[in-house]
Design a protein around this ligand. Structure first.
Ligand code: F6P
Length: 377
């Protein structure tokens, strides 16, 4: 009997999404599955906006950046409708059945895993694929999109080296990664950044300045400072930890007033950090006497064609997805652990973030080649 499969891509786009869609679409052509895509993530599922994913539409996707389906950060249970957030989960469940779906494949990062899990709890047959340039999805060694972004950020820092060197400047380069340091650390290590600041290691600005100054004393009057967007100074880390503890307390005690208060405080904290890399550059300028410039790599890191490694990963995960649907295995994320493709129950994936462990060998290697990580151990 023909199986009907839906696919959606949600959260921030990344290279490799189309390669994964192609792997599922092409893989399905060798079976009696019919595949449709929902446009713009969970929003398209709520609005029943679909596109057939078969035949000609599967051509030319392997190398294409972004997602042909479009994406959004809208959540089923908090969907913006006429200016307010509405729980549209029931509409989504109805649409799943209206489309006679046997399975829904949700491709996304940490947030998407959570939203997909909620739908699995409503009885839908869900399979997820982990994608994000941040590489922070729990229970998988790697997410697709990361390898491409790593190359883009590395090449950008390589190019910043020659201009920093020529002008005897500090160049602070801001790298994406949300609250994890995988991209900043990987790109910083690959490009030989002199300082790498990641969220996992709160930094002391004076120690960073000292490290730059020591380079000057050795005749190296320029420095590259690779900063993850989520990197925190010691002071910021202290404030944030206190706020997060307060949030946990509000949750545990179901204290709605405290929760509202802490939500506002967290928003204010983030607001204050809007220009934190610019401020970092200015402070380093003052502390070292060297001129400093800031480069924010931003969405460049998410654009364009996927690397060979990401194409292989997306294809591997997409084709594994077809096998799982045939076997009737649902409620899982398809992950990579070691060299193996495995399935992980969604409840083991959600509400966790994979950050860089402090004993990770990349951290040890960075220290070993003399890179300052903000604590300058
Ligand atoms: O999750 C991917 C990511 O690129 C993060 O690194 C970054 O913090 C965020 O998305 C940016 O989101 P947006 O594209 O919505 O500004």
């Amino acid at each position: 009997m023909t199986k009907h499969v839906g696919i959606l891509t949600a959260g921030g786009d990344c290279p490799g999404l189309n390669a994964a869609i192609r792997a599922i679409g092409k893989g399905a052509m060798n079976t009696d599955m019919r595949v449709i895509g929902f446009r713009d993530g969970f929003r398209g599922l709520m609005e029943n906006r679909t596109v057939p994913l078969e035949g000609e539409s599967m051509i030319g996707l392997l190398t294409l950046g972004g997602t042909i389906l479009g994406t959004s950060r809208d959540k089923p249970h908090k969907m913006p409708v006429d200016g307010t957030l509405v729980d549209m989960t029931d509409v989504i469940v109805d649409n799943y059945h209206r489309q006679h779906l046997d399975a829904l494949v949700c491709i996304g990062g940490g947030g998407t895993q959570k939203n997909a899990y909620r739908l699995a709890q409503k009885g839908l047959n869900i399979i997820t694929l982990p994608k994000t340039i941040d590489n922070d999805v729990a229970m998988t060694d790697i997410t697709f999109g990361y390898d491409t972004a790593l190359s883009i950020a590395t090449e950008a820092i390589d190019r910043l080296h020659s201009t920093a060197h020529s002008h005897h400047r500090i160049i602070v380069v801001e790298i994406m990664g949300h609250k994890a340091g995988w991209l900043g650390l990987g790109a910083g290590l690959a490009s030989g950044a002199d300082v790498i600041l990641i969220p996992e290691i709160p930094y002391d600005i004076q120690l960073v300045a000292n490290a730059i100054y020591k380079r000057v004393q050795r005749g190296r009057n320029f420095s590259i400072v690779a900063v993850s967007e989520g990197a925190l100074s010691l002071e910021e880390h202290k404030i944030l930890s206190a706020l997060l503890n307060k949030k946990e307390k509000a949750k545990a005690e179901d204290d709605k007033k405290l929760m509202r208060q802490v939500t506002t405080e967290l928003a204010e904290f983030e607001e204050k950090r809007t220009n934190h890399t610019l401020n970092l550059a200015r402070t380093l300028e003052k502390l070292t006497g060297l001129e400093a410039r800031l480069t924010i790599l931003g969405h460049l890191q998410r654009g364009g064609t996927p690397s060979a490694a990401d194409r292989v990963l997306s294809t591997k995960l997409g084709t594994a997805c077809i096998r799982l649907i045939e076997e009737g295995i649902f409620g899982v994320m398809i992950a990579v652990q070691g060299r193996k493709v495995v399935t992980v129950p969604l409840e083991e994936v959600v509400n966790k973030r994979k950050v860089v462990p402090l004993n990770h060998d990349w951290i040890e290697s960075a220290r070993s080649v003399g890179t300052c990580l903000g604590d300058c151990k």
